[in-house]
Design a binder for this molecule. Structure first.
Ligand code: FES
Length: 122
């Protein structure tokens, strides 16, 4: 039995996402939020809020705290873990990320499922 296939896909050129910044991209039909934390770590999460599918990239980004407040109804997320801070009990889907010389690449699971969590799902 083989492991589920996954797909590493170019998401963005590395010099397009500065340290301390966030950017939303669409990769293979997935809305993804790229986060380049101070210190250099780059993470990728679902781009839509788990509450009512508002674009998280339009929210209030605090690069020092690493938190993001959704513009919809001000839910707040820890963008190092994807965990909901206010309210708690929800979590953003996280995509694996790797960085090559020129590209930030995101791994899209090739499992036919939607890759975002909703607040009312466990
Ligand atoms: S849509 Fe994000 S908090 Fe409501």
């Amino acid at each position: 039995m083989s492991a589920p296939e996954v797909g590493w896909t170019d998401a963005l050129e590395t010099d397009e996402l500065w340290e301390g910044d966030i950017l939303d991209v669409e990769v293979e039909g997935e809305q993804i939020l790229l986060v380049h934390h101070n210190g250099g770590e780059i993470l990728a999460f679902q781009g839509m809020c788990p509450h009512q599918e508002v674009l998280l990239a339009d929210g209030e980004w605090n690069d020092e705290a690493g938190t993001l407040e959704c513009p919809g109804h001000k839910w707040e997320f820890d963008m190092r873990t994807g965990e909901g801070l206010n309210p708690t009990g929800c979590k953003l889907f996280r995509f694996p990320v790797r960085v090559t010389d020129e590209q930030i690449q995101v791994c899209i699971p090739n499992d036919g499922k939607r890759h975002y969590n909703r607040a009312n799902e466990s």
